[in-house]
Design a protein around this ligand. Structure first.
Ligand code: NAP
Length: 243
């Protein structure tokens, strides 16, 4: 069976993507870092709707944890492989550059960029070998396209993910694997709940934040057979904020 691994699927965008992919009949692996109760809730929602879901705990930014968790899964699933990888886990630690602690620089880069590397390099060999149309979807951001003040760490990490998406797409296209990035603007999740929402809405042409389900629909399309000829691209979903 072809599974989907969604990193950071216990909350926010990852949660909505896991539920959407499972609703489309894809068995889903729900990765989370620490919030087991939230991850269990996502699993429950998927199973109640007749879908198939498993939990997989690891910190995307710790290579040994990633390797160990995926090794255990592969040993328990000799006939299955991860055909859909959604590199979604991410954090933000905003601060003006001159005040940014080294820890906040490194943790954001490590989670987004090293996390992409650790998980993708582990999953990619089987995806390439099977030649069954693998899909890699990387969660970038508007911040990685235009840069946002107070987010030099986050903008750097997301811009790097866009570069990685474009490079890897060219490496694996001949194997039928597509690699794309999604660049959301402001979406209603825990990550954005402490922002000045009314002030920001006034800057968005659509005059609202996006919903996680709207991002999940885009991810599901990119994961589908219909999107087989889209690769190396960055798709914005931002209510017209920046294109
Ligand atoms: P969120 O609500 O804060 O959820 C973050 C998720 O990532 C949680 O499931 C969390 O797991 C997991 N996570 C965090 N660090 C992890 C790690 N080191 N290893 C494994 N899992 C980890 O965030 P979100 O808004 O859904 O954002 C998801 C992605 O979209 C991120 O990459 C973010 O940068 C990007 N994005 C979001 C927005 C937005 O407006 N929300 C806009 C642009 C881009 P636990 O529950 O275990 O903590």
């Amino acid at each position: 069976m072809k599974y989907a691994l969604v990193t950071g699927a216990s909350r926010g965008l990852g949660r909505a993507i896991a539920i959407k992919l499972a609703g489309n009949g894809i068995p889903v692996i729900i990765n989370y870092q620490s919030n087991e109760a939230a991850a269990e809730e996502v699993k429950g929602i998927i199973e109640a709707a007749g879908g198939n879901a498993e939990l997989m705990k690891f910190n995307v930014g710790v290579m040994a944890e990633v390797d160990a968790a995926i090794d255990v899964w592969e040993a328990a699933h000799p006939d299955d492989y991860i055909a859909y990888l959604v590199n979604n886990a991410g954090i933000r630690r905003d601060n003006l550059m001159f005040m940014m602690p080294a820890e906040d620089w490194h943790s954001v880069i490590n989670t987004t960029l090293n996390g992409f590397y650790y998980v993708t390099r582990k999953v990619l060999p089987k995806m390439i070998m099977r030649k069954h149309g693998g899909r890699i979807i990387n969660m970038a951001s508007l911040s990685g396209l235009k840069g946002l003040p107070g987010q030099t760490n986050y903008s750097s990490a997301k811009a790097a993910i866009i570069g990685a998406t474009k490079a890897l797409a060219q490496e694996v296209a001949a194997r039928g694997v597509t690699v794309n990035a999604i660049a959301p603007g402001f979406i209603e999740t825990d990550m954005t709940k402490e922002l000045p929402v009314d002030e920001l809405k006034a800057t968005i042409p659509a005059q609202r934040f996006g919903k996680p389900e709207e991002v999940a629909s885009l991810a599901a399309f990119l994961a589908s057979d219909e999107a087989a000829y889209i690769t190396g691209d960055v798709i914005s979903i931002n209510g017209g904020l920046y294109t």
